[in-house]
Design a protein around this ligand. Structure first.
Ligand code: CA
Length: 186
Protein backbone atom coordinates (compact mmCIF):
# COMPACT_ATOMS: atom_id res chain seq x y z
CA UNK A 1 0.00 0.00 0.00
CA UNK A 2 2.73 2.39 0.96
CA UNK A 3 4.65 1.42 -2.08
CA UNK A 4 1.71 2.20 -4.43
CA UNK A 5 1.09 5.59 -2.81
CA UNK A 6 4.70 6.71 -3.37
CA UNK A 7 4.62 5.47 -6.88
CA UNK A 8 1.49 7.54 -7.65
CA UNK A 9 2.78 10.80 -6.14
CA UNK A 10 6.24 10.78 -7.60
CA UNK A 11 5.52 11.27 -11.28
CA UNK A 12 3.07 14.16 -10.67
CA UNK A 13 5.39 16.62 -8.89
CA UNK A 14 8.25 16.55 -11.34
CA UNK A 15 5.89 16.94 -14.29
CA UNK A 16 4.19 20.04 -12.82
CA UNK A 17 7.40 21.74 -11.64
CA UNK A 18 9.29 20.96 -14.83
CA UNK A 19 6.39 22.37 -16.87
CA UNK A 20 6.56 25.68 -14.93
CA UNK A 21 10.34 25.89 -15.29
CA UNK A 22 10.13 25.20 -18.96
CA UNK A 23 7.66 28.08 -19.49
CA UNK A 24 9.89 30.54 -17.60
CA UNK A 25 13.01 29.58 -19.48
CA UNK A 26 11.27 29.84 -22.86
CA UNK A 27 10.35 33.48 -22.29
CA UNK A 28 13.87 34.44 -21.15
CA UNK A 29 15.35 32.43 -23.98
CA UNK A 30 13.21 34.26 -26.51
CA UNK A 31 14.16 37.62 -25.02
CA UNK A 32 17.87 36.76 -25.02
CA UNK A 33 17.61 35.43 -28.57
CA UNK A 34 15.94 38.63 -29.72
CA UNK A 35 18.60 40.67 -27.95
CA UNK A 36 21.47 38.66 -29.42
CA UNK A 37 19.88 38.78 -32.86
CA UNK A 38 19.36 42.55 -32.59
CA UNK A 39 22.96 43.14 -31.56
CA UNK A 40 24.12 40.88 -34.37
CA UNK A 41 21.97 42.62 -36.95
CA UNK A 42 23.14 46.04 -35.75
CA UNK A 43 26.71 44.85 -36.13
CA UNK A 44 25.97 43.60 -39.63
CA UNK A 45 24.32 46.91 -40.54
CA UNK A 46 27.33 48.84 -39.22
CA UNK A 47 29.63 46.58 -41.22
CA UNK A 48 27.54 47.18 -44.32
CA UNK A 49 27.66 50.96 -43.80
CA UNK A 50 31.46 50.87 -43.38
CA UNK A 51 31.83 48.73 -46.50
CA UNK A 52 29.64 51.14 -48.49
CA UNK A 53 31.64 54.12 -47.23
CA UNK A 54 34.91 52.44 -48.22
CA UNK A 55 33.47 51.60 -51.65
CA UNK A 56 32.31 55.18 -52.05
CA UNK A 57 35.75 56.53 -51.04
CA UNK A 58 37.53 54.24 -53.48
CA UNK A 59 35.13 55.25 -56.25
CA UNK A 60 35.65 58.96 -55.55
CA UNK A 61 39.42 58.53 -55.49
CA UNK A 62 39.33 56.90 -58.93
CA UNK A 63 37.12 59.75 -60.22
CA UNK A 64 39.56 62.30 -58.77
CA UNK A 65 42.50 60.57 -60.41
CA UNK A 66 40.73 60.68 -63.80
CA UNK A 67 39.91 64.38 -63.34
CA UNK A 68 43.51 65.24 -62.46
CA UNK A 69 44.82 63.50 -65.59
CA UNK A 70 42.06 65.13 -67.65
CA UNK A 71 43.27 68.68 -66.93
CA UNK A 72 46.91 67.59 -67.32
CA UNK A 73 46.05 66.21 -70.79
CA UNK A 74 44.23 69.43 -71.71
CA UNK A 75 47.34 71.41 -70.71
CA UNK A 76 49.61 69.17 -72.78
CA UNK A 77 47.33 69.72 -75.79
CA UNK A 78 47.47 73.47 -75.22
CA UNK A 79 51.15 73.84 -74.35
CA UNK A 80 51.34 77.46 -75.52
CA UNK A 81 48.75 78.50 -72.95
CA UNK A 82 50.22 76.28 -70.23
CA UNK A 83 53.70 77.75 -70.76
CA UNK A 84 52.15 81.21 -70.74
CA UNK A 85 50.63 80.40 -67.33
CA UNK A 86 47.13 80.88 -68.70
CA UNK A 87 45.91 77.82 -66.78
CA UNK A 88 45.13 80.16 -63.93
CA UNK A 89 42.15 78.93 -61.84
CA UNK A 90 41.05 82.51 -61.19
CA UNK A 91 40.56 83.00 -64.95
CA UNK A 92 38.24 80.01 -65.47
CA UNK A 93 35.35 80.90 -67.78
CA UNK A 94 33.24 79.05 -70.34
CA UNK A 95 34.16 80.22 -73.86
CA UNK A 96 31.50 78.93 -76.23
CA UNK A 97 33.53 79.94 -79.30
CA UNK A 98 36.02 77.16 -78.37
CA UNK A 99 33.31 74.70 -79.46
CA UNK A 100 32.90 76.26 -82.93
CA UNK A 101 34.85 75.46 -86.07
CA UNK A 102 36.32 78.98 -85.98
CA UNK A 103 37.88 78.02 -82.63
CA UNK A 104 39.36 80.23 -79.95
CA UNK A 105 42.73 81.47 -78.75
CA UNK A 106 44.98 79.26 -76.56
CA UNK A 107 44.21 81.53 -73.60
CA UNK A 108 40.44 81.19 -74.13
CA UNK A 109 40.85 77.43 -74.46
CA UNK A 110 42.66 77.39 -71.11
CA UNK A 111 39.84 79.36 -69.50
CA UNK A 112 37.25 77.05 -71.05
CA UNK A 113 39.16 73.90 -69.99
CA UNK A 114 39.34 75.13 -66.39
CA UNK A 115 35.64 76.03 -66.32
CA UNK A 116 34.64 72.56 -67.58
CA UNK A 117 37.08 70.95 -65.14
CA UNK A 118 35.78 72.97 -62.16
CA UNK A 119 32.23 72.04 -63.08
CA UNK A 120 33.07 68.32 -63.14
CA UNK A 121 34.87 68.52 -59.79
CA UNK A 122 32.06 70.37 -58.02
CA UNK A 123 29.43 68.12 -59.61
CA UNK A 124 30.96 64.74 -58.79
CA UNK A 125 32.80 65.37 -55.51
CA UNK A 126 31.30 66.53 -52.19
CA UNK A 127 32.64 70.08 -51.68
CA UNK A 128 35.09 69.34 -54.50
CA UNK A 129 37.72 71.97 -55.37
CA UNK A 130 40.58 71.90 -57.83
CA UNK A 131 43.66 74.01 -58.40
CA UNK A 132 46.34 74.18 -61.09
CA UNK A 133 49.63 75.96 -60.44
CA UNK A 134 53.38 75.96 -60.66
CA UNK A 135 54.71 74.50 -57.42
CA UNK A 136 58.15 73.15 -56.57
CA UNK A 137 56.61 71.59 -53.39
CA UNK A 138 53.36 70.11 -54.73
CA UNK A 139 52.38 67.86 -51.81
CA UNK A 140 50.76 70.58 -49.74
CA UNK A 141 47.80 72.97 -49.75
CA UNK A 142 44.68 72.93 -47.59
CA UNK A 143 42.02 74.02 -50.06
CA UNK A 144 41.33 76.27 -53.05
CA UNK A 145 41.75 79.32 -50.81
CA UNK A 146 45.13 78.13 -49.53
CA UNK A 147 46.71 75.91 -52.22
CA UNK A 148 50.27 76.71 -51.07
CA UNK A 149 51.67 77.06 -54.57
CA UNK A 150 55.06 78.75 -54.57
CA UNK A 151 54.81 79.60 -58.29
CA UNK A 152 58.45 78.69 -58.93
CA UNK A 153 60.13 76.10 -61.13
CA UNK A 154 58.71 74.33 -64.20
CA UNK A 155 56.68 71.69 -62.39
CA UNK A 156 52.91 71.98 -62.57
CA UNK A 157 50.79 70.68 -59.71
CA UNK A 158 47.17 69.55 -60.00
CA UNK A 159 45.58 69.61 -56.55
CA UNK A 160 42.07 68.34 -55.83
CA UNK A 161 40.33 68.41 -52.46
CA UNK A 162 37.03 66.87 -51.45
CA UNK A 163 35.04 66.17 -48.31
CA UNK A 164 35.50 62.40 -48.22
CA UNK A 165 33.93 61.84 -44.77
CA UNK A 166 31.13 64.33 -45.57
CA UNK A 167 31.48 66.23 -42.31
CA UNK A 168 30.95 69.51 -44.15
CA UNK A 169 34.57 70.60 -43.72
CA UNK A 170 37.11 70.82 -46.51
CA UNK A 171 40.34 71.78 -44.70
CA UNK A 172 42.95 69.05 -44.99
CA UNK A 173 44.41 70.11 -41.64
CA UNK A 174 43.30 68.55 -39.38
CA UNK A 175 42.26 65.79 -41.80
CA UNK A 176 38.74 66.96 -42.62
CA UNK A 177 39.17 66.30 -46.31
CA UNK A 178 41.10 64.25 -48.83
CA UNK A 179 43.72 65.79 -51.10
CA UNK A 180 44.93 64.29 -54.36
CA UNK A 181 47.96 65.73 -56.11
CA UNK A 182 49.77 64.96 -59.33
CA UNK A 183 52.71 66.99 -60.56
CA UNK A 184 54.21 67.00 -64.04
CA UNK A 185 56.45 68.88 -66.43
CA UNK A 186 55.35 69.76 -69.93
CA1 CA B 1 53.72 74.01 -52.35
Amino acid sequence: MRHIHRHRLLPRRPVISSHKQQAGFSLIEVMISVLVLSVGLLGLAALQVTALQNNQSAFMRSQVSAMAYDIADRMRENIAAANGNFYDPAMAALRSNCDTTAGCTPQEMAQNDLAIWNDAISSYLPMGQGFVCLDSTPLDGNDYGNPQCDGTGNQFAIKIWWDDDRDGLINVTPSNAERFVISFKL
